[in-house]
Ligand binder design. Sequence first.
Ligand SMILES: CC(C)(COP(=O)(O)OP(=O)(O)OC[C@H]1O[C@@H](n2cnc3c(N)ncnc32)[C@H](O)[C@@H]1OP(=O)(O)O)[C@@H](O)C(=O)NCCC(=O)NCCS
Length: 193
Amino acid sequence: MAQPIKTSRAYPIQIDLRDGKQATIRLMEPSDLDKIREFANKLPADDLLFLRTDITDRAVVKQWVDNIQHGNTVTLLAEIDGEVAAYASLHRDQARWTRRVGEIRINAASRFRGYGLGRRLAAEIFDLARSLGLKKVTAQMTPDQIAARAAFEKLDFQVEAVLTDWVEDRNGRPRDLLIMTHDVDGFSDRVVA
Ligand SMILES: CC(C)(COP(=O)(O)OP(=O)(O)OC[C@H]1O[C@@H](n2cnc3c(N)ncnc32)[C@H](O)[C@@H]1OP(=O)(O)O)[C@@H](O)C(=O)NCCC(=O)NCCS
């Protein structure tokens, strides 16, 4: 039976951020469902436009929790003074032919941005992806998500593709999708004629 993903690192951990701020990083659990919705409801409208799924919706967060319990997703929560300040998720799907690829999604509350939390969480979840044996790790964003791009470039992610008008924001406006990837062992697949 599917089980939650086991991490090689023991959580929770305490981390130091800029300006003397400290955060606790721990694994998300089913009982965090309402905390996540609270976090989502405080996100600026602009951010909500670009969320891959509507995490203000209870059913969507419930699905997320189910994915954690089935080992398809692992999520790290960063808390500051007991409040969810950010999350980083790794999504994988062992049943598909893309099973060697994991996707990272990160999000920080606007008032906790710029303290180094996004970069630290991205590094933490990337290490986790590698420890699970994933060969390719990807992050998807719109080209104007500058901080996200900077955080992933620090981890040696490169732009693999820009898909024109691939996604639509909640206002129905088409947007380009930037796909950044990191090949853990370097490129290995080559078409042999
Ligand atoms: C991406 C995100 C999590 C980063 O969170 P954060 O805590 O502010 O990140 P950090 O403070 O670690 O900053 C990351 C890097 O981006 C840079 N950065 C931050 N805001 C920036 C801006 N507006 N312009 C240029 N660079 C910026 C920082 O300087 C930092 O680089 P550095 O470590 O060399 O200084 C946050 O911006 C966010 O939630 N964005 C919306 C969701 C999103 O884009 N998710 C990515 C899809 S996977």
